[in-house]
Design a protein. Structure first.
Length: 379
């Protein structure tokens, strides 16, 4: 196996697949990077058994400038190989696999010899057919991921909550995540989902990695499912993830259908105020801020307090306030995550009682995105 390639092209593919490679794996060969060279393409693969990323570098693309001398395959130690490639002196590099998997890497006046492994021992990726495959705009999928993964649980005691629950059918894709303290739900209207019928749970960590690998120059992502795997195809990149087994809790009953107090803010302004209040709350062990709403006086005030450091009180600017007076306490970090996922929009916050979960929705699109936060008891 021998080829020459533009180093920047190779490094871009290398960076993508490296996201799936972990040094902490029970399968030693998975600490390596697999390279498979055919007459038509160079394919790089990285995997940690939970996710696998495969990038194809087309030999017929002039921008890749891939020159093939002989085909073959090899697995190379990912960490040291990546470090070497990134520090090579020339704009081009040549990789030559010789006897006993000895791999010679040359660029300019530099030459490295790295011990490789037999690629036949590398685990095979699952074959996932295109039956009932669906296509989603890449930017919409990335937004959906970023708006929901914030609410997945980090606690392995309830593994099912470390995933995002996807239900697809009747022209809709609904994504829900909750860690039992907060919830995020995003709905997409998709013509491609008209005939589909899926109910799966994808690990939040997998989706977060997928979001990071989606390139701005990719317009659409194709999604394919099997019983225990999902495959996302974005241009020359294929992203595989295992699915979580089990039944996701029914979250529909958690979302209030009515409210006693509602207030509308410009999301960036509220976010900035929450960030200021949390400067004090973060100095306290309980990390709680309090919001006080007075509908008669038309005032909204936020309080942050640390017994050891001091306190903050700020009158909030809002666009509308209706309903009953309310005092409620909550974790400011949950609120910050929710507001950041909304972006530059107006947000409506709806409350039912001081100790009942409250919701945040974008005022212009309340039907497709909702965040729910459980308040904190302070007495």
């Amino acid at each position: 196996m021998k080829f020459t390639i533009t180093r920047n092209t190779f490094i871009k593919a290398l960076n993508d697949v490296s996201r799936a490679i972990s040094t902490k794996t029970t399968i030693p060969i998975l600490t390596g990077l697999r390279l498979v060279l055919t007459d038509s393409a160079l394919v790089l693969t990285g995997s940690d058994a939970d996710i696998s990323i495969e990038v194809r570098i087309d030999a017929n693309s002039e921008t890749n400038d891939l020159q093939i001398e002989s085909t073959g395959s090899i697995v190379l130690p990912a960490r040291i190989f990546t470090e070497v490639v990134k520090r090579l002196p020339d704009a081009r590099m040549t990789l030559d696999v010789q006897e006993n998997f000895q791999t010679v890497l040359t660029s300019g006046s530099a030459e490295f010899t790295i011990n490789g492994l037999d690629a036949n021992n590398y685990p095979r990726l699952p074959e996932i057919g295109a039956d009932q495959a669906m296509t989603v705009p890449a930017d919409v999928l990335q937004q959906l991921i970023n708006q929901t993964v914030i609410a997945v649980s980090n606690q392995e005691s309830r593994p099912i909550l470390t995933g995002v629950h996807l239900t697809i059918g009747n022209g809709q894709l609904v994504a829900v995540a909750t860690d039992s303290h907060r919830l995020a739900q995003r709905t997409l209207e998709l013509a491609a989902a008209a005939d589909a019928d899926y109910d799966v749970i994808i690990p939040g960590k997998s989706l977060a990695e997928l979001s990071h690998t989606l390139s701005p120059d990719v317009d659409n992502v194709e999604i394919r499912f099997t019983d225990n795997q999902v495959l996302f195809i974005a241009g020359d990149l294929s992203f595989y993830s295992r699915l979580l087994e089990g039944n996701y809790p029914d979250t529909t009953r958690l979302i209030p259908t009515s409210s006693t107090t509602t207030i509308r803010f410009d999301a960036p302004a509220l976010l900035a105020a929450i960030q200021r209040a949390s400067l004090m709350s973060h100095q306290s062990t309980n990390n709680v801020v309090r919001l006080s709403l007075d509908t008669a006086a038309q005032t909204a005030t936020i309080f942050g307090n640390s017994p050891d450091v001091g306190n903050v009180e700020e009158a909030l600017q809002f666009n509308d306030l209706t309903g009953d007076n309310l005092d409620i306490s909550f974790n400011p970090d949950y609120m910050k995550d929710a507001l950041q996922s909304l972006g530059q929009t107006e947000v409506e916050v709806a409350f039912t009682a001081p100790l009942r979960p409250f919701t945040l929705v974008p005022s212009a699109d309340q039907a497709h995105f909702i965040q729910l936060i459980t308040p904190v008891r302070t007495f």
